[in-house]
Design a protein around this ligand. Structure first.
Ligand code: B12
Ligand code: SF4
Ligand code: SF4
Length: 317
């Protein structure tokens, strides 16, 4: 059975591993985190967690210059949820043909994917918070499949950060200073419906969504740039013209970005991030466009408050 499982997964995925459900629960409880991953009821009836990794390219899209914002690397091309779901469905179907009960999910599930990946021996957990594998570095998406059979795999010795501290020092918002402070992480801010203060605005210079800095500086990623999946190649929509973006309706935006990972919370968030880029790129000539957008979003307090602050910054400079 073990070999049939590996043959099936290998048709779609090169890097994957196994951990027993009991070990996952036991080890995660030891972390004493008391978070939403602590509800283990959905694992009942399953014996093994399989963690799967899909690599994405590390080569970055060149910023188009003033008036533009680029997406972070994990949101190039087609949304990884869509790609992974297609693969998980096919694997599940093949498992079901072997009478294996399975459940695959990506991102939204109740499995702490990085920790599961670590226990599956895919790699180590770095100070930048990423699961880092020898094959893909940190440039990989993760997903899990639960199965109702036991699968044993030998454990190997994993690498670690040793005395490196580069990502901690490189993080512009000090989010990695004491482990990880999600409230400070720029990637997190770029996805939150919230009014930005001056410091938060200052983080958004050329990147309009997500943040890649702690991956970019990591020596474990040196020389790694994998182009195995055409879907994750930049498709031309990654460099966003800020003026066009502000003028777009939500419908027009979704026509272009609905299959892109950056769009899951709608266009208002991306437009709020664009306001910050306007401030930091000192695009005074966009003030009118900002005012027009404030009328459109008159009922969105966090958008308008951020816009007011951006206008003040532009007036002062
Ligand atoms: C919520 C979430 C976020 C939030 C907060 C993340 C967080 N708290 O870590 C925000 C919005 C900030 C975010 C940002 C990003 N995310 Co995210 N995110 C998630 C999600 C949905 C849940 C993560 C989570 O809450 N984990 C639980 C918390 C408690 O984990 P933690 O804080 O890392 O705690 C760990 C450490 O404390 C560690 N630990 C503590 N003590 C000890 C002791 C020992 C001995 C060990 C070994 C470990 C250890 O273990 C804990 C558990 O892993 C996962 C998908 C999933 N279902 O897992 C994706 C995921 C982690 N994100 C991912 C990505 C790609 C990103 C971004 C790069 C996107 C971008 N380009 O902007 C950034 C990276 C930011 C960063 N430096 O981590 C990938 C990571 C892939 C990888 N190779 O690791 C995932 C797995 C999505 C996926 N399906 O591929 N993310
Ligand atoms: S994603 Fe950016 S802000 Fe978040 S920890 Fe990494 S470098 Fe810091
Ligand atoms: S930059 Fe250094 S400290 Fe940070 S994750 Fe990579 S190896 Fe670890």
């Amino acid at each position: 059975m073990h070999n049939s499982i590996i043959t099936i997964i290998n048709k779609y995925i090169d890097v994957f591993g196994f951990v027993s459900v009991s070990e996952y629960i036991q080890e995660r409880k030891k972390l004493n985190l008391d978070d939403h991953f602590d509800d283990y009821t959905f694992l009942e009836g399953y014996k093994t967690i399989i963690t799967l990794a899909l690599p994405y390219p590390s080569k970055e899209v060149k910023w188009n210059g003033l008036g533009h914002g680029v997406l972070s690397r994990y949101s190039y091309g087609v949304d990884y949820h869509i790609v992974f779901r297609g693969i998980l469905n096919r694997i599940n179907e093949e498992f079901n043909n072997l009478e294996i009960n399975s459940f695959g999910s990506v991102d939204v599930s109740k499995v702490d994917e990085r920790f599961a990946g670590y226990l599956c021996n895919l790699g180590f957990l770095g100070k930048n918070q990423f699961l880092i594998s020898p094959e893909y570095g940190s440039y990989m998406y993760l997903a899990t499949i639960l199965v109702d059979i036991d699968i044993d795999t030998p454990k190997m010795t994993l690498d670690d950060c040793h005395d490196c501290n580069i990502c901690v020092e490189a993080c512009p918002s000090d989010a990695l200073d004491n482990g990880f402070d999600e409230t400070k992480c720029i990637s997190s801010l770029s996805q939150m419906k919230k009014t930005f203060d001056k410091t938060e605005i200052s983080y958004f210079k050329t990147m309009i969504y997500g943040c890649d800095i702690c991956q970019k500086v990591c020596p474990k990623n040196t020389g790694i740039d994998i182009h195995k999946y055409q879907e994750f190649e930049p498709s031309g929509i990654e460099n966003i013209n800020i003026k066009n973006l502000l003028q777009m309706s939500n419908k027009e935006y979704l026509n272009i970005y609905k299959n892109n990972a950056s769009s899951w919370k709608g266009s208002t968030i991306i437009k709020r991030n664009a306001l910050c880029l306007i401030a930091n790129q000192n695009l005074k000539e966009y003030s009118n466009e900002i005012r027009k957008s404030m009328v459109k979003f008159s009922d969105v307090l966090w958008y308008n408050k951020t816009a007011e602050l951006v206008l003040k910054i532009l007036e002062r400079e």
